[in-house]
Design a protein. Structure first.
Length: 165
């Protein structure tokens, strides 16, 4: 992975041109899922907190399909694609689909559908961070988002898949 890239277990841009819309009942089609890759104001296991709006600049310059979907942050193991990445009041909401025509995509989909794995984690570069009083933790103000991974143990404990079909 690129040097200096951090990984963590909006007025944003969504790319729907090649994706069928999600049904109104909230259940995505088979192989698709919805979740939160980051939760605003929630301190992760490294002591960092992501501020609302932190992803906005990155998402303006990068479509959902340009952000990679990886297995456990491994750049050699893409498992699908992102259909929607939106910053809302809660955090970074994502909708994606597994690449079911690949072994990795099928395995990831099966594990997610079985409830065996549900963590989401972001890979990013920090553009602007502020230290909290005491110096131990950071408030991440501006983030350049590179990838979002399906992981066993997310750094942000609430960053999870919420609906899997």
């Amino acid at each position: 992975m690129a040097s200096g890239l951090e990984t963590r277990g909006a007025t944003a841009v969504a790319d729907f041109r090649n994706a069928a819309p999600l049904p109104r009942d909230g259940m995505p089609p088979p192989g698709r899922f919805i979740g939160y890759a980051a939760i605003f104001g929630s301190t992760d296991l490294a002591g960092d907190r992501i501020e609302p709006g932190a992803f906005a600049a990155s998402l303006i310059g990068r479509r959902a399909g340009d952000v990679r979907m990886l297995w456990q942050h491994d750049p050699a193991r893409p498992i699908g694609r992102w259909l929607e990445i939106v910053e809302d009041r809660t955090g970074l909401r994502v909708a994606g689909e597994f690449a079911l025509d690949t072994k990795g995509g099928r395995e990831a989909a099966a594990l997610a559908a079985a409830g065996a794995i549900d963590g989401l984690s972001i890979g990013f570069r920090t553009r602007l961070a502020r230290r909290e009083p005491g110096g131990a933790s950071r408030r991440l103000v501006t983030i350049d988002l590179w990838e979002i991974s399906l992981v066993t143990f997310p750094m942000q404990e609430l960053a999870r898949l919420t609906v899997v079909a």
